[in-house]
Design a protein around this ligand. Structure first.
Ligand SMILES: Cc1cc2nc3c(=O)[nH]c(=O)nc-3n(C[C@H](O)[C@H](O)[C@H](O)COP(=O)(O)OP(=O)(O)OC[C@H]3O[C@@H](n4cnc5c(N)ncnc54)[C@H](O)[C@@H]3O)c2cc1C
Length: 462
């Protein structure tokens, strides 16, 4: 419990109106984009500058108070949940776009800028920021960098780390540092912006971000390929990519997800399909037409029973809205949903999907798969109920086997959501001990008193 004088000091730093201590306010900062964890902070602060962040961290470091950085709170791995209470440092009031430099294809922004707002501002200049986590309506740039987020468009364009040119951050001890720069090439020493990118709010609070941006492609086309068998759909992904076409997006939805979306809001998806692949191609008109034809040909050759080419933007939007509804469809379907974000080499997607079925079916577990199949990044989700210990234990055991199956297929534990809270227990299986030791050493160096987002990534504290 934080003492009254600490709250007073925080009020002095950020102003009275930017400090919350009422129980009903604190409750809003106790969870993330899921309902899987609930821990209230003692206080929430909304700094508006790097200098204020620095003062907060100096105070917290002096008093050994845990600080949990938070952007939009849309994480699904528990990252912004303050499991030891203390201070939630929320960046949503640091929300200015400082520069859009069309000549150099870059932009500079504060961490609290919502991704959607960033792209709306860029679009006015004919530009866009490609990484597109499907939480773009609420997720912030700071959260995107801290999680090294991705999304459907990362097949062609890559994830956030491919766009971070420079960062300003405040270290847990309060120093304000600037890493990287404004150029697209930079090998001046170690790549420190990459150290913070994907660090899940454990190494520093990001206060300013310089990002590469791109010109908006002049044309896009969306296709939906319908398959009877989910593994055949999964196998078509690498056939398309190795066939020489790199679509901007390839997403997979299995039969359970399709039906669940249709129940929430009918979108015209084929309810009897084993799985769908949604593709988008973008670029100049002629290339888009040719690539769409090639994708259709390969899908049919691989066994798609139908390929719908969206005839206009309205139809294309409907399919992508359906894809986005997948998250709500999955998470609203049971009291507890265990959902992961393992990633496997693309040629191993069919093996992974079959393995998942082998693990879940005999146990009678209701499960689904949706995901960024173009990156081999899948979201296996198990429907369960934490309040039913037997059922929950069965789902936990199945998820552990699913994760192990992904690792055995040369996959990784997390493709985009980060380790956070739940996946900590698998880290030792997913990574050599030396790598973990090095990471902990970096954490100790930057955060000697372990005040910044403690309890995340590693099972035991440093
Ligand atoms: C519906 C839905 C769809 C999603 N789809 C995707 C997807 O397609 N791809 C994907 O990658 N993720 C996805 N996510 C997960 C999540 O939205 C992303 O991880 C997103 O980048 C989090 O941004 P945020 O601002 O909400 O961060 P928060 O949830 O607030 O925080 C996430 C982590 O970043 C840290 N953090 C936040 N701001 C800072 C900062 N300024 N400095 C240092 N650390 C900071 C926090 O401590 C925490 O560990 C989805 C989530 C939802 C709910």
């Amino acid at each position: 419990m934080i003492k009254g004088e600490i709250v007073e000091e925080l009020k002095r730093i950020v102003g009275e109106e930017d400090v919350l201590t009422e129980k009903e306010d604190l409750a809003s900062y106790a969870y993330d984009g899921t309902t899987n964890w609930y821990h209230e902070p003692d206080v929430v602060v909304f700094p508006t500058s790097a200098a204020e962040v620095s003062e907060i961290l100096k105070l917290a470091n002096r008093e050994r108070i845990p600080v949990t950085p938070r952007g939009g709170g849309t994480s699904v791995s528990g990252g912004p949940v303050p499991i030891y209470g203390g201070i939630v440092l929320c960046t949503v009031k640091m929300n200015r776009i400082l520069k859009i430099d069309k000549e150099n294809l870059l932009a500079v922004a504060e961490p609290g800028v919502v991704l959607m707002d960033f792209n709306l501002a860029l679009a006015k200049e004919g530009l866009f920021f490609p990484p597109d986590p499907q939480s773009f309506l609420g997720a912030t740039l700071g959260g995107n960098v801290a999680e090294n987020a991705g999304g459907p468009a990362c097949v062609k364009y890559g994830v956030v780390k491919q766009y971070v040119l420079g960062l300003e951050a405040v270290l847990p001890t309060g120093e304000i540092v600037e890493f990287g720069g404004m150029t697209v090439k930079n090998v001046t020493g170690y790549d420190l912006p990459m150290l913070l990118t994907g660090s899940e709010g454990t190494l520093g609070v990001i206060t300013k971000i310089t990002l590469k941006v791109l010109p908006l492609p002049p044309a896009t086309k969306t296709l939906m390929a319908v398959f009877d068998d989910v593994a055949v759909a999964g196998g078509t992904v690498y056939q398309v990519l190795s066939g020489g076409v790199i679509p901007s997006k390839i997403e997979l939805l299995d039969n359970w997800v399709i039906n669940s979306i249709e129940r929430l809001q009918p979108m015209g998806l084929p309810k009897d399909a084993g799985a769908l692949l949604l593709f988008e191609v973008d670029g100049i008109q002629e290339a888009v037409e040719k690539e769409a034809e090639e994708i259709e040909r390969i899908c049919r050759e691989q066994g798609a029973r139908e390929v719908r080419v969206a005839k206009d933007a309205e139809e294309a939007n409907r399919y992508w809205t359906a894809r986005r509804a997948g998250f709500a469809a999955v998470f609203s379907a049971a009291p507890t949903v265990l959902a992961e974000d393992v990633t496997v080499p693309r040629s191993k997607i069919p093996d992974f999907l079959r393995k998942m079925e082998e693990i879940c079916k005999p146990r009678g577990i209701e499960y689904s798969v949706i995901g960024h199949a173009g990156d081999g990044n899948l979201h296996p989700s198990l429907l369960t109920d934490k309040k039913d210990p037997e059922k929950y234990a069965k789902a936990e055991e199945a998820m552990a086997e699913i994760i192990e199956a992904a690792l055995e297929l040369d996959g990784v534990l997390s493709g985009e959501h980060g380790i956070g809270l739940e996946k900590k227990k698998f880290l030792k299986k997913a990574m050599p001990p030396k790598a973990i030791e090095l990471m902990k050493g970096i954490k100790r160096l930057l955060d000697p008193n372990n005040i910044l987002n403690p309890g995340k990534i590693w099972e035991e504290d440093q």
